[in-house]
Design a protein around this ligand. Structure first.
Ligand code: NAD
Ligand code: IPM
Ligand code: MN
Length: 368
């Protein structure tokens, strides 16, 4: 049987820096961990625009549809700020999500014990935190029509449309309930049904899915503004949060800081099962291309490495290996190793991006 296939798209800014560390992990699995992958590298984002005049070529799109999983670093940067909207780096990522129909974006926020003191919140508030945000990723205001900048009278108007069909809400709700059953069996559905019709429909459909097919799962509804407040007040009240594309984007950056740094948060974007039974899947850190620290060896590669752990779990049915990798990360943090984003406490050891990757590989070695 052939090896599972991976398409790696490092992207821009710190994307290639953190992805280099992931390739060390992939190489380790090939050489010592008994898991070989067929890896193809390609371009997405600003680097693809520089070479091809588009942030994602049709060829790369076709490859992404064909592989068992895509790993992506990050896209974007100030160099591309003035490009036409249609060829901005972010359009490449959004095309991948849309055309692969990756409707369920899993963004887990876990506070490792070693970082509980480092959070900007009190240790008691975040210690032991383990929540999962399920962000709808292929619809909502990111994709709704009409959209654009139009002339209206003697001025211009910018328009985006929040749009959700019942089936789009139904399928992501099911993903959230399925996940909850494997966790603490509790879902919080987040919208603004008090001001948005799409929020009213969201609430109704999620409740119906729960009542008809997941009566064993506890469900509560919360407005998005309150949810943002509750995330910093008492985040441990949450198990699974299911929400729309835009609220999920914002709430997941907020949740990131509960773990100590945006550089810690991985994600899995999952679609329907392919012919081989694996879900269509793309794995990427929640953070962006971090232009302010790019090229300086300061980036934390853990979010990207933990995204690969999610690939092991959700695409390759290697839950035990995913746990091994997560424990290797936990071990280096417990040993006091910290990239620049996590410095500030006494007694920790500052390391570069690449030293962090090497230390995680060494911890994998030690786990055998
Ligand atoms: P960002 O996530 O790139 O950075 C926000 C802050 O977090 C910066 O101070 C950065 O240094 C820090 N940070 C992020 N990742 C880090 C890491 N791994 N280690 C240490 N520090 C880290 O967000 P931004 O500055 O708003 O956006 C920069 C560019 O990235 C924009 O073009 C944006 O569109 C793009 N972006 C891309 C993605 C993606 O590719 N998935 C996600 C978010 C933003
Ligand atoms: C994310 C990013 C993207 C989003 C951008 C880069 C398109 O912020 O993945 O969180 O808004 O979804
Ligand atoms: Mn974001």
């Amino acid at each position: 049987m052939s090896n599972p296939s991976l398409l790696i798209l490092p992207g821009d800014g710190i994307g290639p820096e953190v992805m280099t560390e992931v390739t060390k992990i992939i190489d380790w699995y090939g050489a010592k961990g008994g898991l070989k992958f067929d890896v193809t590298m390609d371009l997405v984002g600003g680097c693809a625009y520089d070479k091809h005049g588009t942030p994602l070529t049709d060829e790369t799109m076709a490859k992404a549809q064909d592989v068992d999983a895509v790993l992506l670093g990050a896209v974007g940067g100030p160099k591309y700020d003035n490009l036409d909207f249609s060829v901005k780096p972010e359009r490449g990522l959004l095309r991948l999500r849309k055309e692969m129909d990756l409707y369920a974006n899993l963004r887990p926020a876990q506070c490792f014990d070693a970082l509980a003191d480092f959070s900007s919140l009190k240790k008691d508030v975040v210690a032991g935190l383990d929540l999962m945000i399920v962000r709808e990723l292929t619809a909502g205001v990111y994709f709704g029509e009409p959209r654009g900048i139009f002339e209206e009278g003697n001025e211009r108007v910018g328009i985006n449309t929040q749009r959700y069909t019942e089936s789009e809400i139904d399928r992501v709700a099911r993903s959230a309930f399925e996940l909850a059953r494997k966790r603490d069996n509790k879902v919080t559905s987040v919208e603004k049904a008090n001001v948005m019709e799409s929020g009213i429909l969201w609430r109704e459909v999620v409740q119906k899915v729960r009542d008809e097919d997941y009566p064993d799962v506890e469900l509560n509804h919360m407005y998005a503004d309150n949810c943002a407040m509750q995330l910093v007040r008492a985040p441990k009240q949450f198990d699974v949060i299911v929400t729309d594309n835009l609220f999920g984007d914002i709430l997941s950056d907020c949740a990131a800081m509960l773990t100590g740094s945006l550089g810690m948060l991985p994600s899995a974007s999952l679609g329907a099962p392919m012919a081989n039974g694996r879900p269509k899947a793309l794995y990427e850190p929640v953070h962006g291309s971090a232009p302010d620290i790019a090229g300086q060896g300061k980036a934390n590669p853990i979010a990207c490495i933990l995204s690969f752990a999610m690939a092991l779990r959700y695409s390759f049915d290697q839950g035990a290996e995913a746990t091994r990798l997560e424990q290797a990360v936990e071990k280096v943090l417990a040993d006091g190793l910290r990239t620049a984003d996590l410095l500030g406490e006494e007694g920790v050891k500052p390391v570069s991006t690449s030293e962090m990757g090497d230390a995680i590989v060494a911890a994998l070695d030690a786990s055998l």
